[in-house]
Design a protein around this ligand. Structure first.
Ligand SMILES: [Zn+2]
Length: 126
C-alpha cells in the first residue's frame, strides 16, 4: 500500500485537507513547516500552517490542532460559536487543551499567550 510510504508531513497535510472538507472550509493553502514555539497558525489570507513536528504527535492531538486552526477560517476569535464547533468535531478538546497547558514544555497552540493589553494598534477589529 502506497499510503504508508507517505512522509509524516504529507500524512499531516492530507489529514488537514480531509478536515477542511469535513468542516466545509477552504484554506488558501495548507503548509507544513517548522514553526518554532507553536503548533499551528491561521493567517488572515487563508494560509493555514502546521508545525512539522506535529506529524509525530498522536492523532487526537493532531485533530485538535488541525480543527482549531481550520475553524479560524470561519471564526477569527475563540468565541462561543468557535467552541461549539470544537465540541462538535473534537469532543474532548478541553482535555487536550488542559494537557497542553500542563505540559512541561510551554508551547502554546498559537502565539495567543501574549495578552493584548489594549495598547498598540488593533487592526483586525471590525
Ligand atoms: Zn486559536
Amino acid at each position: 500500500m502506497s499510503r504508508s510510504s507517505l512522509y509524516p508531513e504529507q500524512q499531516l497535510q492530507r489529514r488537514a485537507l480531509a478536515w477542511a472538507l469535513r468542516l466545509k472550509v477552504n484554506p488558501e493553502k495548507v503548509v507544513i513547516e517548522r514553526l518554532p514555539g507553536k503548533w499551528g497558525s491561521c493567517a488572515p489570507n487563508g494560509v493555514v500552517k502546521f508545525a512539522t513536528d506535529l506529524a509525530a504527535m498522536n492523532d487526537g492531538f493532531q485533530d485538535y490542532v488541525i480543527v482549531h486552526e481550520l475553524l479560524h477560517l470561519r471564526y477569527r476569535d475563540h468565541g462561543k460559536f468557535f467552541k461549539a464547533m470544537m465540541t462538535a468535531h473534537v469532543p474532548d478538546w478541553r482535555e487536550v487543551e488542559q494537557e497542553l497547558s500542563n505540559a512541561t514544555t510551554t508551547r502554546t497552540l498559537e502565539n495567543r499567550a501574549v495578552r493584548r493589553e489594549g495598547s498598540g494598534p488593533s487592526k483586525d477589529e471590525s
